[in-house]
Design a protein around this ligand. Sequence first.
Ligand SMILES: O=P(O)(O)O[C@H]1O[C@H](CO)[C@@H](O)[C@H]1O
Ligand SMILES: O=c1cc[nH]c(=O)[nH]1
Length: 262
Amino acid sequence: MADSAKPTARLPFSGGRPPHLPCGPGDVAENVLVPGDPDRVALLHDMLTDVQDFGRKREFALVTGTFEGRRLTICSSGIGGPSTEIALVELAMLGAKRVIRIGGCSALVPEIPTGDYIVPHKATGMTGVAALYAEHGHTPVADPALASALEASAAAMGLGAHRGMIASTDSYYLGQDRPIRLQAAGSPDAEYLDRFLAEGAIGVEMESQVVLAVGQAIGLRAACLLGVHGNRATDDWLVDYENTQRNLLRIAGQALAMDACN
Ligand SMILES: O=P(O)(O)O[C@H]1O[C@H](CO)[C@@H](O)[C@H]1O
Ligand SMILES: O=c1cc[nH]c(=O)[nH]1
């Protein structure tokens, strides 16, 4: 379907090129890392060799290169569920088989410091896209072998990785109990984060529930690796976040090599 020459309204691929990602047939590796921010593709691409840069359309920047002998694509998803669903579906249609979201989150419990990592084994939350995919489960699960490989990879590098449930939401401000007017900066009304905590979530961000729900639905092996950018229990926020982001690629790249189902 993805290589039909003429676009249709139902599936507007043109000559095999998808309507959103800036690439075509043969450009996407079987292994894909998906950060949210397109600038992170630029930040990380010097860690690859033999890089082909396919540029950027909207929030989707995409490069394919080699990381430790393995062909690897890095493609940004933008913020939130709708653009993340588009990225995953089009990546899969172009040949992706294993996808790891590498993004940021805030921890919800005081024991997880900023600069550590979370490997969600499942995701809860209130994203619209995951609700659409709900027949595959309100709490979609990560590919177990891929998630285990991420944990083992972080451990091998001596980096703190915490296994647990992540919560994803479509809202950065109200949905994460942040003030939505400066005047209210001192008095956020905690509500949504308490609900996530009560369900057992250890962190919050905006895409993992979608990545896992879509992955399960379309048969893409999917997992997430999240850098802990903030901690909502201690109110700590990591100002220098670049090293954490580079470690996301290092951990995920090693995990792809360690994955038992490789
Ligand atoms: O670090 P990324 O992948 O962008 O993820 C997190 O950061 C963004 C919000 O600032 C949301 O996309 C959230 O999920
Ligand atoms: O607090 C945070 C940090 C990263 N991403 C989010 O969505 N929230």
